[in-house]
Write a protein of this length. Structure first.
Length: 183
């Protein structure tokens, strides 16, 4: 397992990108339950997206089923068919950044992004923040806690189907009550 991130590292990265820590915390609580690594396996948390794999290859593969062993099995099966498409079709880490977003996250390719994310949650969070910053409207929405706009950019146009915006708002409200303020 890679290095876990400290509260100090989280708050420093939030400050560096001009984002309130509690707003940032809401995002990674929804995306990864607040942990970029699966504690039972030590592997980076992923979610394989068969829709994207099919879009890249025209081929259907098994779905992941929201538990890490199944997600990894689906990813590995897809990787045997087309490694690049599998990587681009998989989200990973604290922010569940999609592999195809490697450039916006600050990496030269998807492999570099995933290898960096495997090292530490701090790398995962910085990549997530780079991805958000790459779309100024998304960054502004997060800074303003405009959850619907942020959700549309971060999660796509179908965000309302998954109540992504309302889940973020609830996670933010909870985060305000449970985190230690930075003075």
């Amino acid at each position: 397992m890679g290095k876990l991130i400290s509260l100090q590292e989280k708050t420093e990265l939030a400050k560096k990108f001009g984002v309130e820590y509690e707003a940032l915390n809401a995002v990674f609580m929804i995306e990864s339950s607040g942990c970029g690594f699966d504690t039972s396996t030590g592997k980076i948390k992923i979610q394989f997206e068969p829709y994207w794999f099919q879009k890249y290859t025209g081929l259907k593969v098994p779905n992941g089923v929201e538990n890490q062993p199944a997600e990894w099995a689906a990813y590995e099966a897809a990787s045997k068919i087309n490694a690049d498409a599998a990587l681009r079709s998989t989200s990973c880490g604290l922010g569940q950044v999609m592999g195809f977003n490697f450039k916006a996250a600050g990496y030269r390719d998807g492999v570099s992004m995933v290898e960096s994310f495997k090292l530490s949650e701090a790398n995962q969070l910085e990549g997530m923040l780079n991805f958000i910053k790459a779309t100024p409207r998304m960054l502004h929405a997060l800074q303003q806690k405009d959850w619907a706009t942020f959700a549309r950019y971060y999660n796509g146009p179908k965000y309302k189907e998954f109540k992504y915006d309302t889940r973020l708002a609830a996670a933010y409200a909870k985060s305000q009550c449970t985190t230690t303020p930075v003075l």
